[in-house]
Design a protein around this ligand. Structure first.
Ligand code: SF4
Length: 363
């Protein structure tokens, strides 16, 4: 580790980035606004998401909900449906809640400082710093994965960036680097530099303006920095979906809290510790839901789909099951299942696993 917080003036760093940025930045819609709502929207969408994937979602949200009032007033199902496919659905729920908080507690105006922004639900240090600097020119440094990487390489920081305790070291350094006269541009520049020049696997060191000062380049440590300990291996879960049908009706239910995909709709679920489910277990599972299988339906193929999340892998099997009669209302009450027609299902927010299955079988 070479950097020390008492190191001499590091203004060369800001100067080089501010010189690099106007010539290389990508033209992105949220860079043309100082509206804290639009900036916040873009930041929430872009967390853990690549710009290419997030851009159409941003355009859809800002068009469908041009103001924070519009977003706050929208039903949650509709917001989740717009979010479908972006993953990490708690972000969408928090975003919706925050919009309501901004309308109810702040009269529709976003709080005007970093400290106040932190009081909003789902707004952490990174998002608060981004809004405060981009919208209000507050001198507060952002720290995202790109910034960690650039700082670790340029200044030779060897702390594990996955360890929460390291944040303080990186934040202190970033705070000493951000210039008072261009905080917004500096934050944009360092993130953009990490995204397109000092990239994780193939940084463009040959044409890099920081090369002569870069610790990692000078010490042959570009591939070693930043140091990041490996995440725990993802656990595998076996989902057996009971795709219950009667006539043109399919039964789905809204997922509850304390598990993945809260607020999204899926089929009746039997989770097991095995990928194969014996037929009697399947029949039993349907009976537990209050259903009775039709005797005369030809067997349809069971489809398998896999969905990989950050901490778990879902191995799903979809079992098409025809009911002899509609589920009784007591069963609907007990299970949360409800009957839907194809057009209604299209409108429901669903995990991509379910959306893919439905489009595969063409209902
Ligand atoms: S020289 Fe390479 S590692 Fe160093 S800042 Fe430039 S791109 Fe990144």
């Amino acid at each position: 580790m070479t950097f020390s917080l008492t190191a001499p003036n590091q203004s060369w760093f800001a100067g080089a980035l501010l010189n690099w940025y106007p010539r290389h930045r990508r033209d992105l819609p949220w860079r043309h606004t100082r509206d804290p709502y639009a900036i916040w929207l873009s930041e929430v969408i872009l967390q853990q998401t690549r710009v290419k994937q997030g851009l159409p979602y941003y355009l859809d949200f800002i068009t469908s909900y041009p103001t924070v009032h519009d977003l706050a007033a929208a039903p949650q199902d509709e917001v989740l449906r717009h979010w479908q496919g972006l993953g990490y659905y708690s972000r969408a729920r928090n975003m919706h809640h925050t919009a309501q908080q901004v309308v109810q507690e702040y009269g529709g105006q976003f709080p005007g400082s970093y400290g106040e922004l932190l009081k909003l639900r789902g707004v952490g240090q990174y998002t608060a710093a981004a809004i405060a600097s981009f919208a209000y020119d507050e001198q507060v440094a952002v720290l995202d994965g790109n910034v960690y990487r650039v700082l670790a390489r340029v200044f030779g920081l060897t702390q594990d960036i996955a360890a929460p305790a390291s944040r303080k070291v990186f934040q202190q350094l970033a705070d000493t680097l951000i210039p008072a006269d261009h905080p917004a541009e500096f934050n944009q520049a360092i993130m953009e530099f990490g995204a397109i020049q000092c990239t994780p696997l193939k940084p463009d060191c040959l044409f890099c303006p920081l090369q002569s000062q870069c610790y990692a380049f000078q010490h042959g440590m570009v591939q070693e920095l930043p140091v990041k300990s490996k995440a725990k291996a993802a656990r595998t879960r076996y989902f057996h979906y009971l795709v219950l049908r009667h006539g043109n009706t399919l039964y789905l239910r809204k997922r509850g809290p304390k598990d993945i995909w809260e607020g999204l709709y899926d089929f009746a679920l039997h989770e097991d510790d095995t990928a194969e489910l014996p037929a009697p277990t399947l029949v039993e599972a349907v009976e537990k839901l209050g259903g009775r299988l039709a005797a005369n339906h030809a067997e349809e193929p069971v489809r398998s789909l896999r969905h990989v999340l950050s901490h778990q892998k879902v191995e799903a099997k979809f079992h098409p099951l025809w009911l002899a009669e509609p589920l009784p209302s007591a069963a609907l009450l007990a299970t949360g299942l409800l009957p839907y027609q194809a057009a209604e299902i299209e409108e429901l927010p669903k995990p991509m696993l379910i959306a893919n299955y439905i489009s595969n079988i063409g209902i």
